[in-house]
Write a protein that binds this ligand. Structure first.
Ligand code: PGA
Length: 251
């Protein structure tokens, strides 16, 4: 995947009609950037609409916000990884902080979901991040590294080197409060070191994009991307506006 990687997480916003309008507006102004990767992650009901709006273009990847840990079955309201793949998704967010903290998703579930994503042909984007309480009590790095180790714990063979990671401090998501580039660089450095241990190779670890997320805007995107080991951005609120999203992916 070309770096930097820009991921728009629309969360529970933009149903099919609004998604179609967004894509029209965004693509009208979007200049293809061969040196980076752009990913759009709509809600599941808008997946096929967004895929259709891309037509034949292959320069934008579509992702799904959540998959169920099981392959299929009696799980009313859930989305199976294989179904998301069939609808056109190529990437799956796993362990987003809202899944962990609003829906009670555990480290073990994120581990199963990462494995399930690979099995179904989706690239997992594993999200990790500490709460303000964990940061204030000095547990930020241990929390984030534990989430990373768990997320990768069920992967086989070369799979760990095929993932993407996003560091999203919970206290920075949707709050307007961003980690400083120095905060991001410190945590990304720790994640990179742990990835070297987990993959057994510094080279493989270096090839895994580590994204930053949490109140990213067109104004702060440059500073964050300039920070060491920050190879992309995971954007919520500011990705809902086609103009702002265009500005961010053009950083
Ligand atoms: P935010 O969300 O940009 O609105 O803070 C980021 C995310 O949750 O992925």
């Amino acid at each position: 995947m070309k770096r930097p990687v820009f991921v728009a997480n629309w969360k529970m916003n933009l149903g099919p009609t609004e998604a179609r309008a967004f894509m029209k507006k965004f693509l009208a102004k979007y200049k293809q950037h061969p040196d980076r990767t752009v990913v759009i992650v709509p809600p599941a009901v808008s997946l096929t609409t967004v895929v259709a709006s891309l037509g034949r273009r292959k320069d934008i990847i579509i992702g799904v916000q959540n998959i169920h840990a099981d392959a299929k079955g009696a799980f009313t309201g859930e989305t199976a990884a294989a179904m998301a793949r069939d609808a056109g998704a190529r990437l799956a967010l796993v362990g987003h902080s809202e899944r962990r903290h609003v829906f009670g998703e555990t480290d073990e579930e994120t581990a199963v979901k990462c494995a399930r994503a690979f099995e179904s042909g989706l690239t997992p984007l594993l999200c990790v991040g500490e709460t303000l309480k964990q940061r204030d009590s000095g547990d930020a790095a241990s929390t984030v590294l534990r989430q990373l180790r768990s997320g990768l714990s069920r992967l086989k063979d070369a799979q760990p080197k095929g993932i993407l990671v996003a560091y999203e401090p919970v206290w920075a998501i949707g709050t307007g409060r961003t980690a400083t580039p120095a905060d991001a660089a410190a945590m990304h450095g720790a994640l990179r070191a742990e990835l070297s241990v987990l993959t057994g190779s510094r080279k493989d670890a270096a090839a895994i994009p580590i994204l930053y997320g949490g109140s990213v805007t067109a104004e702060n995107s440059r500073g964050l991307l300039d920070a060491e080991n920050v190879e992309g951005l995971l954007v919520g609120g500011a990705s809902l506006d086609a103009g702002k999203w265009n500005a961010i992916v053009s950083t």
